[in-house]
Design a protein around this ligand. Sequence first.
Ligand SMILES: [Fe+2]
Ligand SMILES: [Fe+2]
Length: 215
Amino acid sequence: MARALIMDDLAGFVIAHAGMRQEFGRLARVARAPRDAGHAALIEEQIALTTDVLHCHHTGEDRDLWPLLRRRAPEAAGELDALAAEHESVDPLLAAAADTSVMLAERAEVLDALHERINTHLDHEEAVALPLMLDHLTLAEMEEIGRQALAEIGRRRAPAVFGWYSSGAHKELRTAALATVPPIPRFLFNRFWWPAYQRRFEALYGAAERALLGV
Ligand SMILES: [Fe+2]
Ligand SMILES: [Fe+2]
């Protein structure tokens, strides 16, 4: 018989949220006054990456996860519909944040609004969906959700996305999340991706912010 899920099995899902909770507030701060053109270009690259990955995360939840939970827990349908509606309400902010036809500094307010809205959504989602996932999903289903998420991130973006997610997390969560990924990306993360991302993080947000990372 399949064993019941425990919180550590959901660490990949939770660490993605941890990255999403931090990033848009950080981006709003630096978008107001980039150091130079190179810094501005790196901020734009980070906005493009993180808004696209967040959109993919929401799409995957609406396409796969919520329908599965609705089938297993029909009484939660109303709450799951509310989470899907919140995704829709985030979309215009994602589009506005990534709209390079508007000056970067002028998008700082949108990034702040996105930061607020995504944190409210994640509070709601973690209160509603995590208990449902623990009660109604099997380990095999959770592993499939993780594989799907990795495939959507893709090989090219995986180093930066793993680093981004980790930059929002404490060490225990990072260790738990790494235990859920295959050995090769786990090795590459420890050896190359995480040190490289810390350098990228410092270039984006400064040495003082980097010193606060739970490395
Ligand atoms: Fe989520
Ligand atoms: Fe969500």
